[in-house]
Ligand binder design. Structure first.
Ligand code: PCA
Length: 322
């Protein structure tokens, strides 16, 4: 009887120990479960689970179900979430460098987006570090084009059009072309199109497909204007509370997710445009006039950005163009 009691107590103690050794993290994300960024997050969480033998369990909360897109950064900073995925350009008003990858035609291909990321990375790490966070990895969205209900030959054709913005820069583009900006995050975009609040917006083929844009809008102008990045950030206190082996596993899984994510983005770029076409979307090359108009918008925005970003911004652009 005594032996049985001892064995039971030992089993209880073991279970309690195991429960204590397991850390649970929440990862708020703003895009749907089927989006390539989110799928990559889930693969990352599985890698961490495997590598730590179940010691660190990360739960991905897709589609802005835990926090809305613009709230995720603050949630991670405050420790309400230990880790999260943010769209860097959403935070341009806080610090201009966050918006560098949202400037039209500064970096407009995967190669140049990667180059810009490398130039941006030390600055991002420093800023996020000062804010009590860590940059784990970042992955570019596919190139941004213009969804619009009616065919457009030039920027003038966008005058007065109801334009969905997802960032300060996409709102500024609307102002510069005379469209009417309204900020709507991806999770609410389908609804906004269905109710007629949005007639036009700039984004990737990926988000166009995710949000079934083809049900409301039939043209996508393939302007390849910029490739904004999602970044996965970690609360520093939560990170410091992990043992060394778990920290290493997390960093390693993050590096693998970054590589996997950039490859997935390029694959999804082609696939989503095919799927949009199959659903009746016209994928159109921009006319020379539209191209020239947008180039001019890009020049204005780079000038405005450099004025606000100061020496730090100039150094970033120089490092990128070197
Ligand atoms: N999709 C996101 C950001 C950039 C993109 O391609 C969105 O439209 O909200």
């Amino acid at each position: 009887m005594k032996a049985l009691l001892h064995a039971t107590l030992a089993a209880v103690a073991l279970a309690a120990g195991a429960a204590q050794a397991q850390t649970k993290w929440d990862l708020p994300a703003a895009y749907p479960a089927s989006n390539f960024h989110t799928e990559n997050l889930v693969a990352f969480a599985n890698d961490v689970d495997q590598a730590t033998g179940g010691k660190l369990k990360i739960t991905v909360h897709a589609n802005a179900s835990l926090f809305k897109a613009p709230e995720i950064k603050r949630a991670v900073q405050g420790g309400q979430a230990q880790i999260g995925e943010i769209l860097l350009v959403n935070f341009q008003n806080e610090w201009q460098i966050f918006g560098a990858d949202g400037l039209p035609f500064l970096a407009d291909s995967y190669d140049s987006a990667m180059k810009l990321y490398q130039a941006q990375k030390p600055l991002l790490q420093k800023k996020l570090g000062e804010q009590g966070m860590l940059l784990l990895y970042a992955v570019a969205w596919p190139p941004q084009g213009i969804y619009v209900k009616k065919p457009i030959a030039s920027a003038a054709d966008l005058k007065g059009v109801k334009w969905r913005a997802y960032s300060p820069a996409t709102a500024r583009i609307a102002e510069l072309v005379g469209a009417q900006p309204v900020t709507v995050q991806a999770a609410e975009l389908s609804q906004a199109m269905a109710t007629g609040v949005v007639e036009s917006y700039m984004s990737s083929g990926s988000t166009g497909y995710d949000t079934k844009t083809y049900e409301h809008i039939k043209y996508w102008y393939d302007t390849q204007a910029w490739l904004p990045k999602n970044a996965v950030i970690v609360n520093k206190r939560a990170f410091d509370a992990l043992d060394k082996a778990t920290q290493d596993a997390l960093l390693k899984a993050g590096a693998a997710a970054e590589q996997r994510g950039w490859a997935a983005s390029q694959r999804v770029n082609t696939e989503s445009l095919d799927k949009l076409r199959a659903n009746g979307m016209n994928i159109v090359p921009p006319s020379p006039q539209l191209k020239a108009d947008l180039q001019k918008v890009g020049e204005t925005m780079l000038k405005e950005w450099l004025e606000k970003a100061g020496a730090e911004g100039q150094q970033l652009v120089d490092a990128f163009r070197k």
